[in-house]
Design a protein around this ligand. Structure first.
Ligand SMILES: [Cu+2]
Length: 231
């Protein structure tokens, strides 16, 4: 009887260890998890919404980006540019459809890309290629209140926060939406996160990505003047 009880106990003990080992393995190698990305949330003080904040890796690894099927759009609708901030990899072409009932005249005086599309009609689409990294302030000659930003990025490791202030680098949703291809997950190492928003002080933060994969960070931003995109 005693021996039988001991055997049962030993077997139970063994199965507990087995569960423990499987649990540990799942912890180290989570099934289905994609290794190598940085996700997080941005909280802002003195601003209504944590949306539309550019988050990017400064001095990011160089990757060959396939722009052949990528489509980027800066829409003009209800006398507003949409999106408010549009980051694109260097070399990208952006189309500017006029989806309003009035003419627009989109232009930029920025050093990164100086251009004027001239006055164009509802339903018309103009395109511009952005071949130099940097910041582009977008205006309309007809409507002084129209303002948007195009950020021409050296690397595709960037994201824009959603209405909850959340972001993901690399941004899989952006890749799917725009048809951008060839962006790989990040390898283990140290990265420098930077932010840009026209009303928020730029934040820099070192992030260490280990072999285990995803790292979740939280950033607190305050009102102020942003610094330049690239030094
Ligand atoms: Cu306009």
């Amino acid at each position: 009887m005693v021996a039988n009880w001991r055997l049962k106990k030993a077997l139970k003990h063994y199965s507990n260890i087995k569960i423990l080992i499987i649990g540990l393995l799942l912890l180290v190698f989570p099934m289905g998890a994609v290794a190598g990305n940085i996700t997080g949330t941005i909280k802002v003080k003195g601003l209504r919404s944590p949306a539309n904040i550019l988050v990017y890796l400064n001095k990011a690894p160089a990757v060959a980006v396939d722009l052949s099927s990528a489509r980027f759009v800066m829409d003009q609708r209800n006398l507003t540019f949409s999106p408010h901030i549009l980051p694109v990899p260097v070399g990208a072409t952006i189309s500017f459809p006029n989806n309003d009932k009035v003419d627009h005249n989109v232009f930029s005086l920025s050093r990164t890309k100086k251009f004027s599309l001239g006055s164009y009609k509802p339903g018309e689409i103009k395109t511009v290629r952005f071949d130099k990294p940097g910041f582009v302030e977008l205006r309309c000659d007809v409507h002084a209140e129209m303002l948007a930003y195009i950020m021409v990025m050296k690397s595709p490791y960037f994201a824009v926060t959603d209405t909850k202030g959340q972001f993901e680098i690399p941004d899989l949703k952006l890749m799917e939406r725009t048809g951008l291809r060839g962006i790989l997950n990040l390898t283990a190492g140290k990265y420098f996160i930077k932010t840009w928003h026209e009303k928020l002080k730029t934040k820099r933060e070192a992030v260490k990505l280990s072999d285990e994969g995803t790292i979740v960070i939280e950033l607190n931003l305050f009102r102020g003047t942003p610094s330049v995109l690239y030094k």
